[in-house]
Structures are given as C-alpha cells and as structure tokens.
Design a binder for this molecule. Sequence first.
Ligand code: FAD
Length: 425
Amino acid sequence: MGDEEILDVIVVGAGPAGLACAGEAAGAGLQVIVLERGDVAGGKNLSGGRLYLEPVKDLCADLLKDAPFERPVVSETVCLCDERSSLSFRLDQPTGNSVTVLRARLDKHLANRATAKGAMVLPQQRADELVMPAGRVTGVKVGPEVLKARVVVAADGVLSFLAQQAGLRPARETHTYAVGFKEIIQLDAAVIEDRFNLPKGQGAARLYMGAVTGGLPGGGFIYTNRDSLSVGLVVQLGAVRKWRSESHLFDLLEEFKQRSDIAPLLAGGQTAEYGAHLIPEGGFGALPSPGIPGLLLAGDAAGFVLNTGPVLRGMDLALTSGVLAGRSIVAGLKARQPETCLQIYRQALKQSFIMKQMRAHKKAPIVLSSDRLYRRLPEQMVNWATDFFRVGPKGSHPRMRQAFKGLRRSLGFRGLQDLWRLMRM
Ligand SMILES: Cc1cc2nc3c(=O)[nH]c(=O)nc-3n(C[C@H](O)[C@H](O)[C@H](O)COP(=O)(O)OP(=O)(O)OC[C@H]3O[C@@H](n4cnc5c(N)ncnc54)[C@H](O)[C@@H]3O)c2cc1C
C-alpha cells in the first residue's frame, strides 16, 4: 500500500460486527481491509455460544449461509438454585429460534464470506491508534505505519480502545461490565443427546440462577454443541469488587461443575478450551454516541449487548450493527458525501431492533443488579418446591391451596416485589 493510498474503509476487529460490516461494504464494491490483532479471526473471541437467528436471518442471510452452527436449541431450561438443590422449568419444542455456535468456527466462516466478497482480512495487525487531525478520523496507525481511509469502523470489542481515544467511551464504571468465563468440554454427540434428552442433532440451553454465582448478580449456562458443551458463568463486575469470599472467582466455575445436579451432565468430558472475557452490560443508559466524523462504532465497541436474565444477546446485535454500518458507509461514499455516513448510521440504528430493544429493556441492568434476586429468591423457590413435593412422616402432604399460600408467605413482601419488578422489566 503506497503512503498516499486512501482506502474506502478500514475495519478494526474481525469479530461478528467487523466482519459483517466488511462483507457488506466490500460486497457493494468498496475497498475494505479488516485489521485483526489475533492470529486468525475468532482466535481471541469468546461467547457463551448462543446466536438468536430470527433478528438476523434476513439481514445476514448471505453472510450466515452454510454457517457452521452447532445445534438448533429446542430445549430451554431455567434452574433456580440453592447450595444443593435446584428447581427447573423446562420447555421442549420441535423447533427453536436460536443455535449454538463456537466462535472459532463461526468467525472463520464470517471471515471467509467477507473475503469472498472482496474484503481483505489481515490477521496479526493491531490498530494502535486513530489518526485524527482536526477532530476527524482519517485512518489508523499500525505500528509505525499510517493507514488512511475515508471511514474507519471500530469493531474492536468491549474494551474498544479506539472508541476511548475518540472520546466516545466515558470512563465507564465497573457496574456497566460483566465478566464471563467458560470452558468447552468435549463429549460424544450421542452422550450429549442422551444426557440432555435431545433428538439427534438438536440442542439444549440450560441457564442457572442463584447459589451458582455465590450470590453475585449473574448466572450460569450450559449449551450443547455438536460434540462438546459450553459451560460457564457470567457475573457483574461491580459486584465482584465488593465480593467478600474465601473463594477465588474462578473457583465458582469449578464449584458449578461439581454440583450434584450438574456433574452427571459433564461426567467423562475433557476440557478442551478455557477463557474469560468482559461483556458490556450497561444497557441503553450507558450507550456511547455511535461515532464521530470518519469513525463508526459497531458491536460491543458501541455497547450493543442486551442481558435480560434468561436472554443474553450480543452476537445478533453485533452482526446487525455491522451490516448497518457497512450499508451506511456504502450510501455515504457512493453519494460522494462521506461526512453523511455517521448520520445515516445513526438513523439506521434508530430504526433497527437494536435501539428499540435496548430502550425497551433499559431497566434491566438496574433490576438485575439486585442481590436478593440471586440470594433469596432462588432459595425461597427451592424451599417452597421442597415442601410442595414432600410427603411427611404422618403421611400428609400440602393441599394445592396451602401450597400456594405457602409460596406467598415464603416469598414475603420483598420477594413479591422482586418478582413484580422482573415482570415489569
Ligand atoms: C462468557 C460470554 C458469554 C456470552 N454469551 C453470549 C451468547 O450466548 N449469545 C450472544 O449473542 N452473545 C453472547 N456474548 C456476547 C458476545 O460474545 C459479544 O457481544 C460479541 O462477541 C460481540 O462481537 P464484536 O464483533 O462486537 O466483538 P468481538 O467478538 O469481541 O470481536 C472484537 C475483535 O476485535 C479484535 N481487536 C480488538 N482490538 C483490536 C485492535 N486494536 N486491533 C485489531 N483488532 C482488535 C479482537 O481480537 C476481536 O477479534 C457473550 C460474551 C461472553 C464473554
């Protein structure tokens, strides 16, 4: 690349957001490069592993064609846990609306699609800083080299250093982040289907709330892949700082795996991978502006993650914001008005499900940070269910009416208030 060559688009980050943007812009004939600091696309990326398809199936149809999905999720379970027991709600359906994915495979596929459309994906290239004369981004520095572009897209993930340099990311407090850690545990496909009671090739998602996080706001998950399980915990970072415990945070995952209601699901499996990663969970109230002249933010870099408890979504928002960023750039550059790209992108985001859903769930970060939801509520529900199913020594067991009165008593005013808040969230 010559010194004076100006590319149409530089995308920083080969995750779903960056690759979706690159595919869209390159597919429309723009000259696009993607800089990725890792050895390969997806090499440094981590996700629980569940992609909601409905929001992206039209917008990203081409990108996701023949994507290496692991299993369609046809079985959903939410488990409320105390120290030893759990109360589960399970939904089984013939078809689901999400699939499990492994990021190393998915991101490789997305990189291949973007490349096939003409983008150049360059691994082992870290963007060190923005080139920003007079407040407009005109390129990035990679080591000593300056790369120039009409538009730069920061799709560099949760700790977007570029967004920070552009002054878009305020010094966020720790309560706007969660930390997730997970293992991939190798297990035979037939064993998975047997243990999770699944038809051949179909998948399950199990979510855990309560004692599994040591009372910290957050939860646990198990997702079934083709021949492995994704097993992990996500906890709010703000609460971790105040956590007083003998255990190390990573011990929680070990304890989670050893629970008597979980260990049999994992028995005989071999840990193949282990990782930890931050998640931007500040929600609507913590969203930065999506860009400045010459720079657009997409995916985690823009804070696009929705956590509403049983549902954690970041990948579909990353893919969508990436496509919208790509389209906005195409519209602005083809009209020879690069300065309009940001306005077009802002408008596209506003009309998309991303901003609508983030606004609709804006109370989620506050409601989900209540300690009681993770300490008292699951314990109360488990206690109540224990009584509900118990037959006493004198042969008595509660009548339905007593049982439901018992539930109300057991939850008390605070518990009912928590449930009410959850329902209104
Ligand atoms: C434990 C955990 C569980 C999760 N579970 C789910 C789930 O089940 N479903 C879901 O939808 N979402 C989930 N998420 C969230 C989801 O993973 C993210 O929202 C999604 O990966 C965001 O994609 P992205 O492209 O914006 O960023 P990333 O996937 O983080 O990609 C950013 C890329 O930028 C690269 N990069 C960073 N800085 C630079 C630089 N300076 N130069 C060059 N390259 C750079 C990185 O190496 C990386 O490849 C989970 C997250 C975690 C941590």
